[in-house]
Design a protein around this ligand. Sequence first.
Ligand SMILES: [Zn+2]
Length: 91
Amino acid sequence: MELELMVCGECGCAFGLNQMHLRGLKDSHKLFYCPNGHQRHFVGETDREKLERLQSRQTGQLALIGKTYAANRRLKVQVQKLKANTPKKSK
Ligand SMILES: [Zn+2]
């Protein structure tokens, strides 16, 4: 079993957590305790959360690109209509 060395931020006591357990704690942000009973939990964003945040931002950007593209197409059609309706200048 691979143990990850942890150090309690309260008392500085070192203890080991197995990696599966540690991953679960990081993912869930659940509370755990150092051997001296200090309450600890991981507050940082997990890789999965980071990925989800980036993906949702990307989805938003894609939607925006789609809207811009549609608006651009509508403008092109309008320009073509205007051109078609404008009498050509004769020399
Ligand atoms: Zn402690």
